[in-house]
Design a protein around this ligand. Sequence first.
Ligand code: NI
Length: 136
Amino acid sequence: MKVTVHRRAHFNAAHRLYRPDWTFEKNEDIFGKCNNPNFHGHNYELIASVTGEIDPETGYVIDVKILKDLIKSEVEDAFDHKNLNVEVPEFKDLNPTAENIAVIIYNKLKAKLESKFQLEITLYETPRNFVTYSGK
Ligand code: NI
């Protein structure tokens, strides 16, 4: 019997979407306002979803405290109030789109979770725009 435990978290971060190997005009064409050279911010909402068997002793799939602490150390401490392009090494050469941020978060959390768990990341960049990634 597999159950999914979800933990919601939040961080604010700034970014700019562009490719340095493209002209400014091409970046404007593809990324529009997101190519603003002065960066812009988002209030990101994260849902980390962990699926596994219920432990018959504790009744838990995972102690939510473990998940909460992992999100704090791997995501909030690393991304919150940061400029993703400038201050977060994972995005030095990777465009910080919602898609890529979700993959980076997945990889960071998956590496710290017991391998028996399946993980899915849901990342809202705005209340209406969100992406999901589960390692496929
Ligand atoms: Ni943006």
